[in-house]
Design a binder for this molecule. Structure first.
Ligand SMILES: NC(=O)c1ccc[n+]([C@@H]2O[C@H](COP(=O)([O-])OP(=O)(O)OC[C@H]3O[C@@H](n4cnc5c(N)ncnc54)[C@H](O)[C@@H]3O)[C@@H](O)[C@H]2O)c1
Length: 265
């Protein structure tokens, strides 16, 4: 497939995990990609891999939560690649696991990376996209936006991302811009919250698999495929939606069905 030929894309947090997989996938499909990460080496590594494919990439380094980062980094991406067709709001921060453990400063920090930065990046790309009459924004939310699964500040910020997505879809849809979200379930990545859980329990992903009707947790490519669909022209009638990619986690509870049906006809 060559759905992204001639398209330019900026992906926040694309040095690792889901963002990295998305950058490589969209580049494979023809996109020129701005690979943005707070860490220089992973960003440059992904950009090099894309160049090795014979595609175009630029590595950008910065903290998306810093004041002015949206405008500055979108400016750098457009200087290198030309006007942006696609923005993927991917980087996020998850902190305390329970509400009891949260504190106001930590709550604000999680919101700053997960929601406020996405808002700022949208603000930076929307005027140009509206002027050109075309653009797509995909924000990576989470099943945590829809169900209580720990990390309450992160979850509330992800729910905010869904509201932001709907607002952009309705306000900017008439100007040729589509905004959608993807809500992953557990994805096997090196995200710091997974590193911490793995340090406590090396079998955490295997143990979590039992909650997933498909019998496994997800991989970054599972989400990259959904993002690649939502930002492509073939999804031209898909606007303001949230695509849950969770192996059936939120569809229902097999454990509850078992209790309800044991001994029944
Ligand atoms: N992994 C999961 O189980 C899971 C589940 C649901 C949603 N998500 C969401 O998917 C997205 C990607 O998660 P992941 O698991 O691939 O994470 P990851 O840690 O593997 O990758 C995230 C990348 O973002 C970068 N980053 C972090 N903060 C940044 C900042 N302030 N500025 C710029 N770059 C920054 C990191 O350096 C890293 O390279 C996040 O929005 C996360 O909430 C992940």
């Amino acid at each position: 497939m060559n759905r992204y030929a001639g398209r330019t894309v900026l992906i926040t947090g694309s040095g690792r995990g889901i963002g990295r997989a998305t950058a490589l996938r969209l580049a494979k499909e023809g996109a020129a990609v701005a690979v943005l990460d707070i860490d220089s080496e992973p960003a440059h590594d992904v950009a090099r891999k894309i160049a090795d494919m014979g595609r175009t990439a630029v590595a950008l380094v910065g903290d998306i939560a810093e004041d002015g980062a949206g405008e500055r980094l979108v400016g750098e991406a457009e200087k290198a690649l030309g006007p942006l067709d696609v923005l993927v709001n991917n980087a996020a921060m998850a902190g305390r696991g329970t509400l009891e453990a949260t504190e106001p400063d930590g709550w604000d920090a999680e919101f700053a990376v997960t929601l406020r930065a996405a808002y700022n990046f949208c603000r930076a790309v929307l005027p140009g996209m509206a002027e050109r009459g075309r653009g797509a924004i995909v924000s990576v939310a989470s099943v945590n936006a829809l169900s209580a699964l720990a990390n309450p500040a992160y979850s509330a910020a992800k729910a905010g991302l869904l509201a932001l997505t709907r607002q952009i879809a309705v306000e900017y849809g008439p100007r040729g811009i589509r905004a959608n979200a993807v809500s992953p379930g557990t994805i096997h990545t090196d995200h710091p919250s997974w590193q911490a859980r793995l340090a406590r329990d090396p079998d955490v992903f295997e143990k979590l698999a039992r909650w997933y009707p498909v019998g496994r947790v997800g991989q970054p490519d599972d989400i990259a495929a959904a993002i690649a669909y939502l930002a492509a022209d073939e999804a031209g009638f898909v606007n303001g939606t949230n695509l849950v990619v969770d192996g059936g986690l939120l569809a229902g509870s097999a454990q509850m069905i078992e209790v309800l049906t044991t001994g029944a006809d």
